[in-house]
Ligand binder design. Structure first.
Ligand code: HEM
Length: 410
């Protein structure tokens, strides 16, 4: 469907498009004029098809794509890890071992196993340790007087949470953190992390996790690794499956939560009424609004398994379909004044954790716990925190990321 509102050559997969603003005004134009729009890209673009991809912008359509895996397959890559012309066939095949890139029934089997590690009880069991960590992180930042909120505060808790959850020994955590960070920031030249460095870090992390699984299988401990790999049969993960699961956690649970926390802090400091309200009442609705506002994952993609119709558009079998959470979360058909940061927003049916299908974020409860713990600790220990500069954005088309946010810890 032609969209005269968008200039020729406009490309939603170009990281530079997101440099100054997310959500893009272009999303609002598309929701109004061409909610499912074909973005032609004749030369092939990282993560998307060779001749273009559909851009799905309305809340209802993003949900529909997410909840119909038989029509919109995840198995041809959902682009959480870069997928482009430079990748070898082997590297593409390897990505199919990651659950995010699987369809039912294979996905259902893996999801049922790993869910055992994410029960409300397992998440509650982490709460005291993570509260303690959050308080330590905030106390250390406060001693500095001022600094970069991203490195001082937002980075640490998500990685510690994953390490605690899996049961990674303390001595190994620095290495895990280093590999995780290298894997997620490849698109930003300032961070000087090449694709090769990112892929090497992924390989090292996978072999570390496979080794940990083998050790725990021999000698079980009271941790999730031991639970998930107990015996190699249909009801457990093989060591290689466990390796790819840890890889996914390190990518999916790390930068996402870090950016929710950073955007949340920035939103509070630019909306002082909301920060005052938070400090006074700590509303239980705040974390969900922070995730809606931040929408750390801009988009994922699916591939049509058959010819189908969506939002008035005719989609052909084999075409790529980009689902843009950051547009859906600002859809005025669903959210009153989506441009307003309102921590009491209720209901808040945002799609920041996905559109409710089989791949809906496995770590949502953990992420919400982390957000609550860190802002609780900040409100207690440094209620006078203030901005010392504008955020510096990460160059990325799929992550709404901030790489630096200077603040005074008050
Ligand atoms: C999947 C967002 C935190 C683990 C997803 C998806 C999104 C998402 C959009 C894809 C949903 C879909 O395709 O329908 C977020 C955001 C987070 C966050 C915004 C933080 C604010 C976490 C954490 C973990 C985690 C803390 C674990 C430690 C996963 C996993 C999947 C996933 C394993 C794949 C699930 C599957 O394929 O079945 N997340 N996530 N996420 N997330 Fe999260």
């Amino acid at each position: 469907m032609p969209c005269p509102a968008l200039p020729d050559g406009f490309d939603f997969t170009d990281p530079d498009v997101y440099q100054s603003r997310v959500p893009l005004p272009e999303f609002a134009q598309l929701r109004r004029t061409a909610p499912v729009w074909w973005n032609a890209q004749p030369h092939g673009i990282a993560g998307f098809g060779d001749d273009g991809y559909w851009v799905v912008t309305r809340h209802q359509d993003v949900k529909e794509v997410s909840t119909k895996p038989e029509i919109f397959s995840a198995s041809l890559n959902t682009s959480i890890i870069r997928f482009n012309a430079a990748m070898t066939r082997d590297q593409i095949d390897v990505q199919k071992l990651i659950m995010l890139n699987m369809d039912p029934p294979e996905h259902t089997r893996v999801r049922q196993i790993v869910q055992r590690g994410f029960t409300p009880r397992s998440i509650r069991a982490l709460e005291d340790a993570l509260r303690h960590r959050a308080e330590q992180i905030v106390a250390e930042a406060r001693r500095k007087g001022s600094g970069d909120f991203v490195t001082d505060v937002a980075c640490e808790l998500p990685l510690q949470a994953i390490a605690e959850l899996i049961g990674i020994p303390q001595d190994d955590r620095a290495r895990i953190f280093d590999w995780s960070n290298k894997m997620v920031a490849y698109d930003d030249p300032e961070l000087a992390i090449t694709e090769e460095v990112g892929l090497n870090a992924a390989t090292e992390l996978i072999s570390y996790a496979m080794n940990l699984a083998a050790v725990r299988k021999e000698c079980p401990a009271k941790d999730i690794v031991s639970q998930l790999v107990a015996a190699e049969d249909e009801g457990n993960l093989g060591s290689d499956e466990f390796g790819f699961f840890v890889l996914l956690l390190a990518v999916a649970g790390n930068e996402t939560t870090r950016n929710a926390i950073t955007h949340g802090m920035h939103a509070f400091l630019t909306h002082p009424d909301q920060w005052e309200l938070y400090k006074r009442e700590r509303p239980g609705t705040a974390a969900e609004e922070i995730v809606r506002w931040a929408t750390p994952v801009v988009s994922f993609q699916r591939t049509a398994t058959q010819d189908t119709e969506l939002g008035g558009a005719e989609i052909n079998k084999g075409q790529r379909v980009g689902i843009f959470y950051s547009s859906a979360n600002n859809d005025p058909e669903v959210f009153d004044h989506p441009e307003v940061f309102d921590i009491t927003r209720d209901p808040n049916p945002h799609l920041g954790f996905g559109g409710g299908g089989p791949h809906f974020c496995l770590g949502k409860s953990l992420a919400v716990l982390e957000i609550n713990l860190i802002f609780g600790a900040i409100a207690d220990a440094m209620p006078g925190i203030s901005l010392a500069g504008d955020p510096r954005r990460l160059r990325s088309a799929w992550l709404n990321g901030v790489k630096e946010l200077q603040v005074h810890y008050g």
